[in-house]
Design a protein around this ligand. Sequence first.
Ligand code: FES
Length: 150
Amino acid sequence: MTRSADLLVGGAFAPNNSFQPKASPTRGRRYLMSTLPTTDIRPLTWHFACEVTDVPADGGACALIEGRQIAIFHFARRGEWYATQNMCPHRQQMVLARGMIGSQAGEPKVACPFHKKTFSLQTGACLSGEEYAIETYPVRVVAGRVYVGV
Ligand code: FES
């Protein structure tokens, strides 16, 4: 099914486009670690989110996909891309795309710009020692375009 995404940060409108994945990776789905499922077998659809040039190197942008604000990060220093929910679970602020990215013991993370709680970009776990977690989504970059699996 073809779906559209509206880029909220970066200024471009994303036209309809999608393709099917080869595999369905697992994804976090809850805000509290205690409720994270051990497996996620829901089908995955790849949605066009934005152009590579819409996301600043070592920064983030937000795209609206399937009614969800999704933060997309280009971790240029590591040559990696990540996607998470844009809402910080601490105070339910839509700000994570504006967070600072970095590494903690080799694990890529984003720090919320409000109160600096940090979250793994790989697992969504809170790395600040609290029982928060964020959703993470798989990302593919194909021919200069960024796709997010939702
Ligand atoms: S709102 Fe993100 S850390 Fe408080």
